[in-house]
Design a protein around this ligand. Structure first.
Ligand SMILES: CC(C)(COP(=O)(O)OP(=O)(O)OC[C@H]1O[C@@H](n2cnc3c(N)ncnc32)[C@H](O)[C@@H]1OP(=O)(O)O)[C@@H](O)C(=O)NCCC(=O)NCCS
Length: 176
């Protein structure tokens, strides 16, 4: 489908555009994004270009994942990336990361909630999942704020960017 634009009280969520390569590149230098999300390390400018020019538009075009960038209404600063990824029939995964400078203001919860609300309204989805490495308390706080039930811990579920297997939390949110 064509990308949508969503608005919350403080944010605009829109598809990434070519002019966003720099903010994506800068944000993804952050060590938490590099540890807790599956971005390449080191994260090079061409990795940002690939996401902005190819992966994210293709995700929308093929209905595999719906990624939106969140930007502040007051001044336009880039806040972060928020995504729903199709896992199986009727099941999507919510993923997110925020630029370090914009954290701690409730923006990620606001953006992630808006994306989930859009998902319930626009997609054939009955369950949204959330996955995070055990210990990623920030990610879990957002999921719980949105009403996700943390359903379990999978041992040694994913090899992270440190090359070691880590335990992962999984949570779910059912269609309201
Ligand atoms: C996780 C992340 C997206 C949080 O972004 P954020 O914009 O700071 O989150 P918000 O400001 O919307 O916070 C929402 C709630 O989570 C809480 N929270 C945020 N970070 C937290 C942390 N590190 N530890 C504990 N609670 C945290 C906030 O206090 C807030 O709760 P409150 O409203 O009751 O005060 C951000 O830290 C990040 O990008 N981390 C690196 C990438 C990552 O881990 N992504 C998730 C992969 S599963």
């Amino acid at each position: 489908m064509d990308p949508v634009t969503l608005e919350t009280e403080r944010l605009v969520l829109r598809a990434f555009a070519p002019g966003d390569v720099d903010v994506v590149y800068d944000a993804c230098q952050d060590e938490d994004i590099q540890f807790y999300t599956p971005v390449p390390v080191p994260f090079r400018r061409q990795d940002a270009e690939k996401r902005v020019y190819e992966d994210w538009p293709e995700g929308w075009a093929t209905d595999k994942d719906y990624t939106l960038g969140a930007f502040r209404k007051d001044g336009g600063a880039f806040v972060g990336s928020y995504c729903l990824t199709r896992l199986s029939l009727g099941v999507f995964e919510l993923g997110y990361w925020a630029a370090e400078k914009q954290r701690g203001r409730g923006y990620s919860a606001e953006a992630a909630r808006a994306l989930c609300d859009w998902g319930w309204a626009a997609l054939d989805v009955h369950r949204i999942e959330w996955w995070a490495m055990v210990g990623n308390t920030g990610s879990r706080a957002i999921a719980e704020k949105l009403g996700f039930t943390v359903e379990g811990t999978l041992r040694h579920r994913v090899i992270a960017n440190d090359g070691r297997p880590h335990d992962w939390w999984v949570g779910g949110l059912l269609r309201p």
